[in-house]
Ligand binder design. Structure first.
Ligand code: H2U
Ligand code: ZN
Length: 349
């Protein structure tokens, strides 16, 4: 059997970063397209909301007041999931009841003073300032001797549980590396050891040769639907150059990163003409003061929408009990994202 046979046959694809499988059922795509393009006007229309705890000059929930910031603004989360000073303690019982204290710092980054903007609607130079803040926060947090991992992530849209439409992301720095980066690190180490090359450099090479899953690109980055995508319009943003964290990017690449994130999210918004919800975040090397030649800097976007602004994919049933499954193939998802323009629908005349 060759690849063309698999295009219409139920098959499973392997995620080499997690070393897990996803079930693909492309034959289900042959059923008629039932989804109408429902529009939902989600974007806030006011530039300043006196009730928003992230707008400049406003008081936050615990009473601290935001400065009259003009570009970006970073603050320690008032309701942090992790605390920097916890006693070092562990418990273990028969290898079954195992726990240990975890140190961490949680921050919130406001992308813009404007309440109504989002990354796809900000100017390239404004998104570049956000990239600079991410790099600066990464440098500052990884300089703390006990920090082992820094996760920069954005929950975007009510559907993803974001508590506020004001454009913002979160940063959590931990004393222990979390599960998913640990799994991806182990897979990248194994690949480098067995094949003598970086897993994601090699993967990007294949995608550039094939082009079928590439959505958009620039000098420094490529945005694509990974071969093993689970979410319908899941994407992966890969740096062309092998760098293992955001601090490894040069000036041009920081501009390129801002550009690719902006263009990709414009395409997302244009797909269903809605403020497209997603969770996104960066995966970077463990910060254990060791060399990590296996690690390739990248970002994942996990959006829940399936076929309209109101129809979402739920990871339930088979997915909770057995494993992930998708109908629309990665190739079709990439073609649909490629087919929408890069001018945001709200900016059209
Ligand atoms: P999310 O939208 O991804 O939930 O992020 C918003 C964060 O902002 C959330 O973690 C914090 C919440 O704890 N927050 C404050 O730190 N201060 C506030 O006044 C409200 C919300
Ligand atoms: Zn606001």
């Amino acid at each position: 059997m060759n690849w063309d046979d698999l295009r219409e046959t139920p098959h499973r694809r392997r995620n080499p970063l997690l070393r897990e499988w996803v079930l693909v059922s492309p034959q289900r795509m042959q059923r008629p397209w039932l989804g109408q393009v429902a529009k939902s006007a989600v974007a806030p229309s006011i530039k300043y909301d006196p009730d928003c705890y992230l707008c400049p000059g406003n008081a936050r929930a615990q009473g601290l007041r935001n400065p009259a910031y003009k570009a970006t603004f970073v603050f320690d989360n008032d309701f942090p999931s992790l605390l920097p000073n916890v006693p070092d303690s562990k418990v273990e019982k028969d290898g079954l009841l195992v726990a240990q204290a975890e140190r961490g710092i949680c921050r919130v980054v406001c992308f813009s003073p404007r309440h109504d903007l989002t990354i796809p609607r900000m100017k390239p130079e404004e998104v570049r300032l956000v990239v600079d803040v991410w790099a600066e926060q990464y440098r500052e947090l990884t300089a703390l001797p006990w920090v082992q991992h820094v996760e920069i992530f954005e929950n975007h849209g009510v559907l993803m549980g974001a508590s506020n439409p004001h454009p913002h992301c979160q940063i959590w720095a931990n004393g222990e590396a979390p599960n998913i980066p640990v799994s991806e690190g182990a897979a990248q180490s194994e690949y480098l050891q067995n094949r003598g090359k970086c897993l994601l450099c090699a993967y990007l090479g294949l995608e550039i040769e094939n082009r079928e899953r590439i959505i958009c690109e620039n000098e420094g980055f490529v945005a694509l639907v990974p071969y093993w995508a689970v979410w319908p319009f899941e994407t992966l943003v890969l740096s062309r150059r092998h760098v293992s964290n955001i601090m490894g990017l040069n000036e041009n690449e920081r501009d390129n990163l801002a550009d690719i994130l902006r263009r990709l999210t414009i395409r997302y918004d244009n797909l269903f003409e809605t403020a497209f919800p997603y969770s996104m975040g960066f995966h970077q090397q463990p910060e254990d003061r060791k060399e990590h030649p296996e690690w390739h800097f990248h970002a994942h976007y996990f959006p829940p929408l399936l076929r309209s602004a109101t129809v979402q994919k739920f990871m339930v049933g088979y997915e909770m009990l057995a494993g992930p499954q998708r109908d629309i193939t990665a190739e079709i998802a990439a073609a649909r994202l490629r087919d929408v323009p890069e001018l945001h629908y709200l900016e059209r005349a």
